[in-house]
Design a protein around this ligand. Structure first.
Ligand code: GLU
Length: 293
């Protein structure tokens, strides 16, 4: 018997939701309904410095107000750190991750030294400028034993050598209209993301690792999310292949932009759902404002 497809909406509780989140949530609900599928909600709260309980409470309230229905229990990433540690151990056993000890300030200094044309990843962050990958195993072991804080990075070149080329099925579109079968970029160009962080000093995971582990453990078959995450999908496919996880279908949707053509921000009150609700805007009007129907 065919299992129903599984969709998920995965907000981060680091601010109040705006129309862009609403579009994502509603599209997930619409597509799940049309496909006879299930809809899950996942709270992506790995960043303890930015996530707050009142934002999480607001997510439930705002989603219920627009009439979204999701399955319980909700998965909260902060309750699954052991799952991410297990995935890191697997990648470590394959010899694909290494610790880097630089602080944020040191990284910024190294990047500044490299000059203004130092490459950046699709999110705009400078590629890792350090040389921790070539550190001698004895020094690594000694610094870790001494309790030095460190991040864990994916050795991108070694990872790609292991998987070979990868692709995914895209039913939405990327920033340049890419659709259909999409070749994951890192295989052709490892330097697009560089040696991405998979775990931080203070957290045993990063967005990329947590999203891949969770989509697999929740049996997600269809990832519907904003076009700003299109390029990240190349990293996600790589991690799925390395960890032996199934690959979902992807649908990256348009973003809602502000009057200046920028992506909406959680700090702009004007498009916050709760502000709109307080002004008397109805859930039906929210759908129209998000460009649905
Ligand atoms: N938590 C991410 C965000 O709020 C979404 C992650 C995803 O859908 O893959 O932008």
């Amino acid at each position: 018997m065919n299992r129903p497809p599984v969709f998920r909406f995965a907000p981060s509780p680091n601010g109040f939701m705006h129309l862009g989140h609403e579009l994502s949530a509603l599209l997930n609900a619409d597509m799940a309904r049309a496909a006879g599928g299930r809809l899950l909600l996942r709270i992506e709260d790995i960043d303890a410095t930015r996530c707050r309980p009142e934002y999480e409470a607001a997510i439930y309230e705002d989603l219920a107000w627009i009439g979204l229905q999701w399955e319980r229990p909700v998965r909260r990433q902060s309750e699954h750190f052991d799952d991410y540690r297990a995935a890191l151990a697997k990648l470590d056993a394959l010899g694909l991750i290494y610790p880097s000890f630089e602080s944020r300030a040191e990284i910024a200094r190294l990047v500044a030294e490299r000059g203004s044309d130092w490459p950046r990843d699709p999110d705009g962050a400078p590629l890792y400028p350090g040389d921790a990958k070539s550190m001698k195993p004895a020094e690594r072991a000694q610094r870790i034993a001494a309790g030095e804080p460190h991040a864990l990075r994916l050795d991108m070149v070694a990872a790609i050598a292991r998987t070979g080329p990868l692709s995914w099925m895209e039913s939405g579109a990327g920033p340049s209209g890419e659709t259909g079968t999409i070749a994951a970029e890192p295989a052709a160009n490892p330097a697009i993301w560089g040696d991405v962080i998979l775990a931080r000093k203070e957290t045993p995971t990063s967005y990329h690792l947590a999203v891949v582990v969770d989509d697999a453990s929740q049996g997600v078959t269809d990832v519907v999310r904003g076009r700003d995450l299109f390029h990240a999908t190349g990293v996600h496919r790589l991690l799925q292949a390395l960890l032996g996880l199934p690959q979902p279908r992807y649908h990256h949707h348009r973003l809602i932009l502000d009057a200046d053509g920028r992506k909406l921000s959680k700090s702009t009150a004007a498009t916050a759902l709760r502000e709109l609700r307080a002004k008397g805007v109805t859930p039906a009007e929210i759908r129209t404002m998000a460009g649905l129907d």
